[in-house]
Design a protein around this ligand. Structure first.
Ligand code: ADP
Ligand code: MG
Length: 262
C-alpha cells in the first residue's frame, strides 16, 4: 500500500470512529513525528492525547450547560476577610469535594447579600470541574417546574431528574412561602436524595423559622431531619456585601463633612 493511501485510510478510520480531533490533527502530528523522529507509540500517544483533551473539553462544556449556573462565580474570588463569620477552612475542605462521597448536605443560612449564592455556585463550579453532574435551581423554579410536571403527568420523570445530579443546588429556600404542593415537591426531592447524593441549600431563614416556609410544620421538621442528618451548616451573619460600596461612600462623605467624626 502506498504511503498516501495508508494515510487516506488512517484518516477515514479516525473519522469513522468519530475521533474528529485526532483526524484533524493527523497531518500536523505526522509532520511533528517525522521531524522529531518519534517512534510509533510516541506518535500514537500524542495523537490520542489530542482526542482525549477534546473529549474532556466537550464533556466539561456539556456539564456546564446542563448545570445552568446563573453566574460565573468561583470560590477563589470569594473575599473571606469581608465575611468573618464564614469558616474559611471549612469552605476549603468542601472545595475538595470529599463531602460528595458520603452525600453530605451543605446549608448556607443568612440574610440577603452575604454571599450564600456565591458560595453555592463556587461549590457547583468545583464539582463541574471535577467532572460531576451538577445542577442549579432556585426553590421557586423547582416548585414551578414540579407544578407543571404534575399538570402534564410528568411528576415521576421530573423527580428522577432532580435525583440524578451528583450535586444539586437549591437556592433561595424561604424567600417565598411555599404552597403545600411546592413544599411536597421540595420534600420529595430532598428525601429521594437523602443519603445518596449531596444537596446544597441556601436560605434566608434560620432553621427555627422553617415552619414559616411550609404550611405544614411536620413537613418542615421531616425535611430538616433529612437535610441535617449528615450536613455542614454555615450560619452567616454580618452585613450585605452588596451594601459595602454604599457604606464606604457614606463613610467618606461623613468624614468630608465632619473630619473629626470617624
Ligand atoms: P446572597 O445569596 O447571600 O444574597 P450573593 O451570593 O448573591 O448573596 O452575593 C451578593 C453579591 O455580592 C454578589 O455579586 C456576590 O458576588 C458578592 N459577594 C458577596 N459576598 C462576597 C464576598 N465575600 N466576596 C466577594 N463577593 C461577594
Ligand atoms: Mg442568593
Amino acid at each position: 500500500m502506498s504511503e498516501n493511501s495508508t494515510y487516506q485510510k488512517l484518516r477515514s478510520h479516525l473519522a469513522y470512529l468519530r475521533l474528529t480531533a485526532a483526524a484533524e490533527a493527523l497531518p500536523r502530528a505526522l509532520e511533528h513525528a517525522t521531524k522529531n523522529k518519534l517512534g510509533p507509540s510516541a506518535f500514537l500517544e500524542q495523537l490520542l492525547d489530542i482526542e482525549v483533551a477534546a473529549t474532556e473539553q466537550r464533556r466539561k462544556r456539556s456539564l456546564e450547560r446542563f448545570a445552568s449556573l446563573p453566574a460565573p462565580w468561583h470560590l477563589d474570588d470569594f473575599d473571606f476577610d469581608a465575611q468573618p463569620s464564614i469558616d474559611r477552612k471549612l469552605v476549603n475542605e468542601l472545595a475538595t469535594l470529599r463531602f460528595l462521597e458520603d452525600a453530605t448536605n451543605v446549608l448556607f443560612i443568612g440574610p440577603p447579600g452575604v454571599g450564600k449564592t456565591m458560595l453555592a455556585i463556587g461549590l457547583a463550579r468545583a464539582s463541574i470541574n471535577a467532572g460531576y453532574r451538577t445542577y442549579y435551581t432556585t426553590a421557586a423554579d423547582l416548585a414551578a417546574r414540579c407544578h407543571r410536571a404534575a399538570l402534564e403527568g410528568r411528576w415521576a420523570t421530573t423527580m428522577r431528574f432532580y435525583a440524578g445530579p451528583r450535586l444539586l443546588i437549591i437556592d433561595e429556600v424561604g424567600y417565598l412561602p411555599l404552597a403545600s404542593e411546592a413544599a411536597a415537591a421540595l420534600f420529595q426531592v430532598v428525601t429521594q436524595r437523602y443519603l445518596k447524593s449531596s444537596t446544597v441549600l441556601t436560605t434566608n431563614l434560620g432553621i427555627a423559622s422553617w415552619g414559616q416556609i411550609f404550611d405544614d410544620p411536620t413537613v418542615a421538621v421531616a425535611m430538616l431531619d433529612r437535610l441535617l442528618h449528615r450536613s455542614v451548616v454555615f450560619n452567616i451573619d454580618g452585613e450585605s456585601y452588596r451594601m459595602r460600596p454604599h457604606r464606604a461612600r457614606a463613610d467618606n462623605l461623613r468624614k468630608a463633612v465632619n473630619p473629626k467624626h470617624t
